[in-house]
Design a protein around this ligand. Structure first.
Ligand code: TRP
Length: 338
């Protein structure tokens, strides 16, 4: 049966500062690939309303939003092909989010592992917004009737909740209005680990800057961090099974494969049997050739914030063209007098 929904991708990233290679390979590069298949309409959002569920310094929030926009564009998001904007400029997200606050149940929210992790022991002091975070996330997705949502493994539970909200809304009101969304979860190969500890995710909040490659790092910094990356004394294995107990080796091979649009198997077919002394310079050159142009383009874009703001405003206008009729229909279904 043909779907009643336009194939449409939605994803969001919080403008909370500090983009890393992990964001690039795990999110942005995949967003660009989905944009370029031409199989979908692609909608990419800087979720500033989500960011403020924990404290954000106002100036930093503005700067981080513009920097994230620059990062998207420098990574290959074309603001003509994709709809690129910040969430607060499309008020329908918050409006549908409120409706979903009335659909979702307290118990559903309480089960969210990210809520439990982020609120920690002091949950009485967490913001109400942090508790309702997943309901706003469901609204982000469903206000576009998005059918595909590329996210990391850590967002899987939130997407299941999005499905639960869509199903409950459809059931409660006896309609077939919101789609049941497909998660597009990243593979293990795009999960980028710390350069200092292959068992930890690469993170902007790691105290050691050597543990990560920032999208703003220049060529020298990138080369140095790859050179200093932790490894083990063995040569590279000739197949992926040989990486099983070697998290650092596996991470570097995965990074190489992802940057080269290749596979770990193909990388090991080429480098298997070689020492890190040979592999690291090759990885360093590859990383510099792929990432240095991105950081250069980001800093060029950041020199013209007015241009970035214009792109975001235009993206928001295009977003509203899709979102406004879906909100209007939602209100009609609920019985809001218009
Ligand atoms: N929660 C997501 C994250 O932290 C960000 C996000 C907000 C999102 N809304 C979304 C991702 C909608 C996908 C779809 O990574």
């Amino acid at each position: 049966m043909a779907s009643q929904y336009t194939p449409r991708v939605f994803s969001g990233i919080q403008p909370s500062g500090g983009l890393t290679l992990g964001n690039y390979l795990g999110a942005m590069k995949r967003f660009v690939d989905m944009q370029n298949t031409g199989d979908f309409e692609t909608v990419y959002c800087m979720v500033d309303l989500h960011a403020i569920t924990v404290w954000q310094d106002p100036q930093a929030l503005s700067r981080n939003t513009r920097e994230l926009c620059a990062g998207f564009i420098a990574s290959g998001i074309d603001p003509e092909k994709s709809i690129l904007f910040n969430q607060s400029q499309v008020p329908e997200h918050a409006q549908l989010g409120w409706v979903f606050n009335c659909v979702a149940r307290m118990g559903w929210m309480q089960r969210m592992t990210q809520w439990k992790d982020k609120a920690g022991k002091n949950s009485q002091n967490a913001s109400l917004g942090l508790f309702g975070y997943p309901s706003l996330m469901a609204a982000d997705i469903l206000i576009y009737h998005a059918t595909h949502v590329p996210v990391g493994e850590d967002q899987k539970q939130h997407l299941e909740l999005t499905r639960d909200i869509a199903i409950k809304f459809n059931n409660d009101y006896g309609v077939d209005f919101f789609p049941v969304t497909e998660p597009v979860i990243e593979g293990a190969a795009t999960r980028v680990m710390s350069l200092r500890d292959g068992s930890k995710k690469m993170s902007k909040s790691d105290p050691s800057d050597m543990s990560r490659i920032n999208l703003t790092d220049d060529a020298d910094a990138i080369a140095k961090k790859i050179k200093k990356a932790k490894t083990d004394p063995e040569a590279l294995p000739s197949d992926v099974d040989g990486l099983a107990d070697r998290p650092e080796a596996r991470n570097l091979v995965n990074i190489y494969a992802a940057l080269a649009d290749s596979t770990p198997e193909a990388v090991l077919a080429e480098f298997g049997g070689q020492q890190f002394g040979a592999f690291k310079p090759a990885l360093g050159d590859l990383a510099v050739s792929k990432l240095a142009p991105i950081s250069a383009e980001m800093s060029r874009l950041m020199d013209d914030p007015a241009e970035i703001d214009k792109i975001l405003r235009r993206g928001a206008e295009r977003g509203r063209e899709i979102a406004a009729p879906i909100l209007a229909k939602t209100y009609e279904i609920i019985g809001m007098v218009r």
